[in-house]
Ligand binder design. Sequence first.
Ligand SMILES: [Zn+2]
Ligand SMILES: [Zn+2]
Length: 339
Amino acid sequence: MRPDTPAENVDHHAEAARLERTAGLYPEDAEALLVRAAAHLEVAGDRSAASTLYDRLLQSESGLENPNLVRALKASNLWEYDHEAEARAIIDGVRRAAPRDPAAWVVVAEALESHDELEAAQDTFTEGLTLLLGDSTSPEPPYATRPLLVGRHRVRRMLAVAHDEWDTLADSLPSSSITLDELHDPKRVWSLGSDNPAELEAEINRLRAELDAYREALSRPFPVAILHWPAAELSELVAAYPDLATEYPSYEEHLATIESSLRELAASGTANLGIVPGTFPSYEAFAASEGASPSDATLLPQYATTLAARGLATAWPPERGAACWCGSGDTYAECHGAV
Ligand SMILES: [Zn+2]
Ligand SMILES: [Zn+2]
């Protein structure tokens, strides 16, 4: 079971259209789905279409769950296509609104950062963290605040300021194999040892792409999710569509594959990983809405992405001491988290 994320293989316009369609089927999840659809339009470079979606959300009558995140995303998108004044006004408004949602802070701080407003970006990260962490010095900050700690660390490295307690905390967070200090070192490009300008330029471009991918993964509030079929749902699924038995030989193997796929993704530096529960009726409904047969295994990752876009995924790995994602009742460390 592979998540369908290799960015270069995605038809972003088609993906956005599919998410908009799904939003029509599940109006209660429209906010999460349309935010994700807008993200695809942004990646496709269709920034005005993305703005239209953000505006549609902000005008919705039912009221948004997270209006400040939508405003933040709208501002960030506007600034990317020369609507700087409007973007700045929205960013100021989001900061004044002091949202309790870390993602809104990350998006506005990164918008400032990517336009070289490093001081303002640092202040924004700090405001968000002050609000969300207060003076807690817990070594286990809430999962959702981690991108704020990491972003603040990155900006402060670029400003060449000394580490404070939050930077040290950011360094202690489990992340990819490359350390934050290395990744955020503004001088890293100069220590590569090549004096060939073409090689150096290629290396700088590579690092920039790496950093952009990293930022994007951190700032986008939706996870790369792997499907988890609870035992009863899986037997119903395989009984109705025996072709899927190749994908799911047994429940135990299904569980083991979920864990190993997620570990592989984490080791390759993919951030924001999650697990999303599938159900037999909703999978059949999904297949019908796509005009496809439920036996078609290529539908499975799309189904997972759609569920995740509806906000149904839970973050992986579970927090320390938390129950295993498989539902066994044991802690994660004693169950699928065991080495
Ligand atoms: Zn550091
Ligand atoms: Zn388990």
